[in-house]
Design a protein around this ligand. Structure first.
Ligand code: C5P
Length: 238
């Protein structure tokens, strides 16, 4: 059985290499948000110990390690990651259907609730020209839809996507396929380096399941208050 519900749809990225700051943020945010995203920078620096220190606060974790290797190796990586009991883990959908199937099967071996296994389609740092250079014809949007459909066929729970892709993916993949969406900014917040942003309310209305919102929360003077304000806006809009 997969994990199903979170306190709210907000996940914040622990985009820091400062372990004390990460642990303090986890304590402050555990009562306020659905979960925290731990990525390569944090995990390579602090490993399972750092992960456990954050997870001890009780906050659900999205372990964003984007696995991409042969099916057997990815399955092994997923089995090891599942011992940490993350709520969400991910693999690159471009690793192929067999690789994604191996990931989904490996996650099912988890004792108790298994994590959602999510596909990364086209990195938002890549544009059509980058894809053509890799031999991919068509547009980035075509490739996102193709890879999402492969991910669904392989038994993954959903994909990461940009706010602009939510509606097309919802239409293509149906209501139960999880859409995890970064590039979210509350009205008036600094966009930073995000180019195509959407408000939390709009992204949810279009069909997002999880909103990844990092800097507007973790860089706020009071991260807990910032998270609470976004959650309250979402609850009001619902
Ligand atoms: O601070 P901000 O809200 O822009 O952070 C968004 C988080 O989501 C970061 O951890 C970023 O690396 C991640 N992300 C993203 N765009 C993607 C995939 C992941 O912004 N396409």
């Amino acid at each position: 059985m997969s994990k199903t519900s979170f306190k709210n749809p907000i996940f914040s990225g622990l985009d820091t290499n400062d372990r004390a700051e990460a642990e303090a943020l986890a304590r402050q945010l555990a009562p306020e948000i659905g979960g925290l995203k731990i990525g390569l920078e944090f995990f390579y620096a602090f490993g399972q110990d750092g992960y456990r220190a954050v997870a001890e606060t009780g906050i659900p974790i999205f372990l964003d390690l984007k696995l991409h290797d042969i099916p057997n190796t990815v399955a092994g990586g997923i089995r090891s990651a599942c011992q940490l009991n993350p709520a969400i883990i991910n693999v690159h959908a471009s690793g192929g259907v067999a690789m994604m199937q191996a990931a989904a099967e490996a996650a099912k071996e988890t004792k108790g609730a298994r994590p959602w296994v999510i596909g990364v389609t086209v990195l938002t740092s890549l544009d059509d020209a980058d894809l053509h250079a890799m031999g991919v014809s068509g547009t980035a949007q075509d490739q996102v839809l193709r890879l999402a459909s492969n991910a669904q066929a392989a038994g993954l729970d959903g994909v990461v996507c940009s706010p602009m892709e939510i509606e097309a993916l919802r239409a293509e993949c149906g209501p139960d396929f999880k859409l995890i969406v970064p590039g979210i900014r509350p009205a008036g917040a600094d966009a930073g380096d995000q180019k195509r942003i959407m408000t939390p309310q709009d992204a949810l209305a279009r069909g997002a399941d999880i909103l990844v919102i990092s800097r507007p929360i973790i860089k706020a003077d009071n991260p807990a208050a910032a998270a609470r304000a976004i959650a309250a806006d979402l609850a009001q809009a619902a």
